[in-house]
Design a binder for this molecule. Sequence first.
Ligand SMILES: C[S@@+](CC[C@H](N)C(=O)[O-])C[C@H]1O[C@@H](n2cnc3c(N)ncnc32)[C@H](O)[C@@H]1O
Length: 244
Amino acid sequence: MSTESESATWSGIAGWYDELLQAGSGPHQLAAETTVRLSPAVHGSDVLDVACGQGIASRALARAGARSVTGADLAPEMIEAARRHEANDPLGIVYLVEDAATLRTLPDAAFDLVTCQLGLMDIPDLTAALTAVHRVLRPGGSFVFVLAHPCFLAPGAQTVRTAEGRPGRLITDYLGERFWRSPKPQGVRRAGNHHRTLATYLNALPACGFTLELIEEPPAGALLARQQPVYSAIPIFFAARARR
Ligand SMILES: C[S@@+](CC[C@H](N)C(=O)[O-])C[C@H]1O[C@@H](n2cnc3c(N)ncnc32)[C@H](O)[C@@H]1O
């Protein structure tokens, strides 16, 4: 018998996800701060936010002064949630239902900055997505992404405590790249995601025409440290900026 966590999809959990973020999610707050901090010269830029979900990063980039922000996501329910936020608090963001693997309706060399916050792990074909991002970026444009840290959020990873009571992460299966789902009924990753090693992500960048510029493993902010203390000493995210 299949449980909800065995069949969850991003469309199916879009309403739940939107409520989670609106209630105040430490990981998502840190992710959005990281996306904006790593983004060069947002002011006056044309920005595409890939796998934008309900638009948390798109809104942060618009508030940071982008000239235009386009948010794209494959799940229509996520785009509906993003459009509701736009209707309630207009920032001029345009949201599209769009597959990151092709970005089919978006023209070549149309954006100064492309961001992908907590999305690359959810996209099955990494090479196709990076190739599409490269195509829509202007020459010299930047790609900023934030990942659930593949070293510490690998399949089956558990938060444990040392004998002295210090929290840590127990990793038992890092090298096995595959699609997996968190078995937690309220886990964000119950919708499933593609585990890849850090080497796979980093090697994919030059293979798709990017030059890596900057890497960050951001420490927890106050909210995340309170919600999940283990991420004060271990990075929850791996973030990077690459240039076309
Ligand atoms: C963890 S959520 C992140 C959403 C948002 N960026 C955030 O930080 O809250 C992952 C998102 O990736 C989207 N996604 C998965 N596969 C996709 C694809 N092939 N193209 C575009 N979006 C995709 C899902 O619909 C979901 O909204």
